[in-house]
Ligand binder design. Structure first.
Ligand code: ADP
Ligand code: MN
Ligand code: MN
Ligand code: MN
Length: 336
């Protein structure tokens, strides 16, 4: 039997890496990721190599059903390796692999809220050719043809994620019209990051069908319009058990100390978004608070009331690399 396997990987573009993919026709039965052959590509066309020595290796690390094609077709997420099998500099998953293994006992869980903005040509979907839509206020979780733009894309994307077996747990229209969100998890670090990258790929791919493009740029429209983030909800085993609030407070102290290191991997152009307005805290300082959507980190009301649970890091931008964000959170919170 011939199946189509879409090999998906992350390129070396700076300051924000992009997804790439190509299709391999595989003849035979595929039951697990080890049944999928390694493959190669031209790294000089993806900002990952120079022209003279440009072959790079794709190592399949996760397979899911391709929800847009035949029953046996697959999406194949890959790590990028050098020709000798060593980790390529652009491969941020390899580091998360090590960090996740080292701190396996802490049982870190992540739930990531991915915000994004749909564009048609050079303007947000549904926006007027000249001028702006009515100011923000009625769009968040709105309904109606004058309030939300692109719901058919959002619904097709959610269904595709479900069909692929990705742990999508919700979607909502955001504060800025044409801006949306979906959430992945809670899952362990590698799973949440792999599934977020696959869900992003599906979002772009489904946009092709509808003639719209999704952008993860953190501040797609300047001025009095909300930016796009990737709130990262985090907990460890001890945070989720009675007495966990003390562990969360310890984590806040550690996060405060390493604020700048975190901001470095929380997405490019995030300074345009983290202004202290539009439900953000300023990029220059760290602050946490219960139920506070103007803080760097929010402790949900339910967690505070129960005395255990999780916290929400609101700093990551929509365009962040979840491999780097998850690694930074585990290293800071679970480290010394
Ligand atoms: P918000 O109120 O900030 O919009 P959402 O409902 O959009 O929150 O997203 C919350 C995310 O947090 C979900 O992905 C959810 O699965 C995740 N989450 C819930 N409990 C935990 C936990 N204990 N650890 C980590 N993530 C969690
Ligand atoms: Mn949310
Ligand atoms: Mn949101
Ligand atoms: Mn949130």
């Amino acid at each position: 039997m011939k199946i189509k396997a879409e090999y998906i990987w992350i390129d070396g573009q700076k300051p924000t890496a992009k997804l790439r993919s190509k299709t391999k026709i595989i003849d035979g039965q595929v039951k697990k990721v080890e049944d999928i052959p390694e493959w190669g590509y031209d790294g000089s066309s993806t900002s990952q190599a120079t022209g003279h020595f440009s072959d790079l290796l794709l190592r399949p690390v996760k397979i899911v059903r391709d929800p847009l094609h035949d029953e046996h077709d697959l999406l194949v997420l890959c790590e990028v390796l050098n020709p000798d099998g060593s980790v390529h500099w652009s491969n941020t998953r390899a580091h998360l692999r090590e960090v996740a293994e080292k701190h396996e006992a802490e049982e870190a869980w992540f739930g990531i809220e991915q915000e994004y903005t749909l564009f048609e040509g050079n303007k947000p979907l549904g926006w007027p050719d000249k001028g702006f839509p009515a100011p923000q206020g009625g769009y968040y979780c709105g309904v109606g043809n004058d309030e939300v733009f692109g719901r058919e894309v959002v619904e097709a994307h959610a269904q595709a994620c479900i069909d692929a077996g990705i742990s999508i747990v919700g979607t909502n229209a955001e504060v800025m019209p044409a801006q949306w969100e979906f959430q992945i998890g809670a899952l362990g670090p590698l799973d949440v990051a792999d599934e977020l990258w696959l869900a992003r790929w599906l979002l772009y791919r489904i946009g092709e069908e509808f003639g719209v493009s999704a952008t993860l740029y953190p501040k797609p429209v300047k001025g009095d319009w909300n930016g796009a983030g990737a709130h990262t909800n985090f907990s460890t085993k001890t945070m989720r058990a009675p007495g966990g609030m003390k562990v969360i407070e310890e984590a806040m102290k550690k996060l405060e100390k390493r604020h700048d290191d975190h901001i470095k991997v929380y997405g490019a152009h995030n300074e345009e978004r983290l202004t202290g307005q539009h439900e953000t805290a300023p990029i220059s300082s760290f602050r946490y608070g219960v139920s506070d959507r103007g803080a760097s980190v929010r402790i949900p009301m339910a967690t505070s009331n129960l005395g255990y649970g999780y916290f929400e890091d609101r700093r990551p931008a929509a365009n962040m690399d979840p491999y780097q964000v998850c690694a930074a959170l585990i290293e800071t919170v679970c480290g010394e």
